[in-house]
Design a protein around this ligand. Structure first.
Ligand SMILES: Nc1ncnc2c1ncn2[C@@H]1O[C@H](COP(=O)(O)OP(=O)(O)O)[C@@H](O)[C@H]1O
Ligand SMILES: [Mg+2]
Length: 330
């Protein structure tokens, strides 16, 4: 093994996620998976290869490369939701969106956090924006086209946000049908996109309830760390309440394990607990911990373009394929 994987924390080896050319984490691949890379995903690489056991401990199904689409829409709306901060919501929104766009899907990302991290992660300075998703929510007659920004990724647009959005949380309280304001605002955009992904703020407040009311599906990123499951019961309760009262179409699409480091027993144990608790609701795709993600925020672009051959890019491409496979299974 080229690198010393015995200690020093997840960032000890900065080249941890660099794959030799041609070695993607790709279930379609004709070649033998790179054993060193396989070792980063499962403790027993040989068994993983033989039985195609994925990092969640279940056999890894085949997620086909999605074929091209000739027509777009109506969009499936996905809320990326967890009231805990720092679990990978924004990172997953950007990179799942970019991977779906690479597969020819038209994607709209909605920054629904007043911190504007999604906008920053796509190279937009939120402080310089005159019009944001706030205006779309609060001003009658505002057309989405006035707020929409194109991103550097072909086929992927952004509804940006900034600190103005924090006022919406207060102002919406007195509105009629306050929980469905975002749903109404997104309605005219549905025919233009295949996926709309909403990056929620770390709370279960009115903005997040708006996102859940607008959505068809929820993705819950969970960091493979201590207390990963703490608070998840409250989140699933909130999802159930929205299902009962506001949006009977809402479904949990999946729990996404993020910042996984198979070199630590701890990370593997947390992942095992998550699978024990949520079974088939856990995506087979697991996002490893790599310093490449913080780097992409600085670069202001998705990992699929910033480090196209990295493990992180491959992981989000696989997630895109898994999400598409789940959609087609319906
Ligand atoms: N898989 C990962 N490996 C390492 N760092 C990550 C990973 N995913 C996200 N990060 C970093 O962790 C921090 C929090 O991630 P972020 O996506 O902003 O979480 P959230 O939106 O849930 O608050 C960011 O600095 C991000 O770059
Ligand atoms: Mg965020």
């Amino acid at each position: 093994m080229a690198a010393d994987h015995t200690g020093g924390g997840p960032y000890a080896d900065p080249h941890y996620d660099e794959l030799p050319e041609g070695h993607f984490y790709d279930p379609d691949a004709e070649y033998e998976p790179d054993p060193e890379y396989a070792a980063t995903l499962a403790p027993d690489a040989a068994r993983q290869r033989r039985e195609r056991i994925g990092p969640t401990g279940r056999p890894l199904p085949y997620f086909p490369i999605p074929g091209p689409v000739t027509e777009h829409g109506p969009a499936k709306i996905i809320a990326m939701c967890n009231q805990k901060g720092g679990v990978g919501k924004t990172t997953s929104t950007i990179n799942l969106g970019a991977a779906l766009a690479e597969y020819g899907r038209r994607v709209l990302l909605v920054d629904f956090d007043p911190q504007g991290a999604l906008s920053v992660g796509l190279g937009v300075n939120p402080m310089e924006l005159d019009l944001t998703v706030y205006n779309l929510l609060m001003e009658r007659g505002m057309s989405p086209d006035e707020v929409l920004l194109k991103t550097a990724v072909a086929g992927m647009d952004l509804l940006p946000s900034n600190i103005d959005l924090s006022a919406a949380e207060v102002q919406l309280v007195s509105e009629v049908a306050r929980e469905s304001t975002l749903q109404r605002a997104l309605q005219p955009l549905l025919p233009d996109y295949d996926f709309i992904i909403i990056d929620c703020q770390p709370s279960l407040g009115l903005l997040t309830v708006n996102a859940l009311t607008a959505a068809h599906k929820v993705i819950v990123p969970l960091e493979c760390e201590f207390f990963a499951l703490r608070g998840v019961a409250l989140l699933t309760e909130t999802i159930e309440k929205v299902q009962e009262r506001l949006n009977s179409d809402l479904e949990l699409d999946g729990i996404l394990a993020t910042m996984y480091d198979s070199r630590t027993v701890h990370s593997r144990e947390v992942l095992a607990r998550v699978v024990e608790a949520f079974d088939d609701n856990v995506y087979h795709t697991v996002i490893g911990r790599t310093v490449r993600f913080p780097e992409t925020t600085v670069a202001g672009e998705p990992i699929t373009t910033y480090a196209s051959n990295s493990v992180g890019a491959a992981a989000y491409r696989q997630l895109a394929r898994e999400v598409l496979a789940r959609c087609h299974a319906e």
